[in-house]
Design a binder for this molecule. Sequence first.
Ligand code: 26Q
Length: 812
Amino acid sequence: MEITKEQFIKEFKRRLTDEYALDVKDATPEELYQTLASVVKSGYSDIWRKTWKNYIKEDQKQVYYFSIEFLPGRLLKSNLLNMGWYELVDSAFKEMGLSLDEIAEAERDMALGNGGLGRLASAFMDSSASDGLPVNGNGIRYKYGLFKQKFVDGYQVELPNEWLNQGNVWEVARESKAVDVKFGGQVYLEEVDGVLQPVYKNPYIIRAVPYDTGIVGYKNNHVNTMRLWDAQIPASEEVKFPTIESRRKVEDLTSVLYPDDSNEEGRLLRLRQEYFFVSAGLQSIVRHYRKYGKPMSEISEHISVHINDTHPAMCVAEFMRILLDDEKMGWDEAFDQTVKTMSYTNHTIMAEALEKWPVYLIERVQPRIMQIIAEIDRRYALELAKRAETDLISGTRIVNNGIVHMAHLAIIGSHSTNGVAKLHTDLLEQDVLKDFYHLYPERFNNKTNGITIRRWLQIADPRLAKIIDKTIGTKWRSNSKELHNLATHLNDRRLIANIGKAKHQNKVDLAKYIKQTTGIVVSPDAIFDVQVKRLHAYKRQLLNLLKIVKYYLDLKDDPKKDVVPRVFIFGAKAAPSYHYAKSIIKCINEVGNLINNDKTIKDKLKVVFLENYGVSLAEKIIPAADVSEQISTATKEASGTSNMKFMLNGALTVATLDGANIEIKDYVGEDNIFIFGLKKEEVLQYEADHSYQASDYYANDPILHRVLDAFVDGTIPSIGAEGAEIFNSLVHANDEYFVLRDFEDYLRAQGEVEKTYRNPSLWNKKCLVNIANAGYFSSDYTIQKYADEIWHVVPSDPLDGKDCGANGQYPL
Ligand code: 26Q
């Protein structure tokens, strides 16, 4: 039965009175949000219960997605959408004189991740629930999300992100499902009845308490679980933590999310976090499995454990520990089950980002785990020697010179290693992991990343969504490949004009936000040229900045120059200890100051660096973008996912042939994307023969010369040290990411952008081609491939009973 608006309003008002003793008109957005969220949660709770009960009844194989980061953003609107409640609630709120949009803003972002990797994990959660797949998330419930970014004098300042201060309606604490995680001390093996048993001396125990969040499937009667662990001191261990300081140490374990500063090595707390959520997750999985009396020798037929990047790679050793020590399984059988259970995704080929830990640190965190890793490694080397592959041994060992290579552990201990875009997987196979590819070709596979079309189009861009409905109907809302039907409307001039109008409206909205938050006035008629992503040298925000400085200098020379006005929009957090990245932020801000306050430039150029980029800000920026900057050095960006979000929202991409940009180009065709820059082969060649001479470009290209000088000659005020640092990195330290090499071709591509933008119908047509092809990048399809080809799990049967109405609406 359908729920009616009246029923909803009645229930909403009743809760508001119950909880707060308030009328609608007296409640704050915060109170209204809390009330609405609690109604929403009740709407799916019974289906949540039935979903996991049904898994047990049907004896379904379960997948556990281990990720040290999840980045769901706000949940209110996506839950409303997936429950089929969105329009009903929107209109009910209007009737009550309330705005859903405004109330939704009261929710704090769940920002338990740095960027792409964490966001992908959350996209996969949403998509597996929506595909009805039995996938559970496993991670850490950080007390503080990724730091909040502010700019002070153009510098990044990091503030704590206390996202839990207002409580978290979506989570359920399950004290009764807590598990104990053993850390530290010493361990030795003792023979008991002919089997070696570990004996621990002076370990300490931390109690892991799970907090579960329901992940609501799209109109399909299906709610999965994301389980995040919190650390507590168990009563039995109180004596070991007598001081406030020692207790704080325990709290610290789940306190902060580590920023992605892959340069910083060997931080003990990070390693403890990794072991903590790995051990808690696996213990609770095995305990659950055991409860149903199935033999341990078949566990790999009933569960899959996915290792999202190397951060949870200790899963391999911890699962072995549980099977060997707790379940008394023999080594060979245990290892066989482990390999069959585990699978691993690699998200980077940057050598410095591949996790390595010194043996002594792992020994300190959990000595038994180090013993097991060493034994896996020893047997691996023995096996290779038998296969006469001795030349491969030293480069592929897990432990080498006192260092544990986590990627090697993940590959050797699992049956599947995948990259996240075609080019990335090719590079893994042919370059970075080629010895492993030679040894285990059947383990390697590609799974190109995807995005949740629901969040990035239905929720973030309702104007565009409505135009699409009118053109091709609404089927795309549950099957995004249907968006391709738009391609049969390329000559529909009204449609093309309407797409332009919707974009303009979105730009008006963003311009308002920019005015509110920065005071900068921008014109929605200018090109909105956007680069939003973590700040990293390889992503080359600097290349973009050099372009801006060039445009500025051009206008200083010739203030009457006929240019299409542009607003350059940035959003990026830099890891707090990543000095170079922070210098780039400072320079962007100062270039912005210079340009935005230069009266002679009028409104031809504006530079806006929005603070605190994250999922919710992305939802405001991306629908308003004309140009999507995807300009990493070829080979460096594993996939990228914002590239897919922008195309979906009808922005045109300026791109290098890197990561998933290549696949985007293959779909939309070369005419509908602006490609420039070095190709993979050229980058690899330079890296091999060291023939690149950055200083030549400075010496020989007068335009570059002048642009670079602006960083050190006072043209850009207030960047003394930072300007010099950047100048030196490019000119004297040989420009690691080929910024100068790609500059000229980048300007050429940007010239094409400008030329095309001058022809609105041509521009908007290209946008339409991009939108029409973006549906292929839904994470719904990506996760289906993981399910089919890696995990071998199937969607579960629809639940008994008719909880959801005919149109997939969840009950009240
Ligand atoms: C490592 C050690 C210590 C502390 C932090 C880290 C750390 C944290 C986060 C290392 C890496 C990350 C995040 C990596 C990441 O987001 N990678 C991105 O993954 C996306 C999804 O596959 C890809 O689209 C991007 O190309 C890739 O950069």
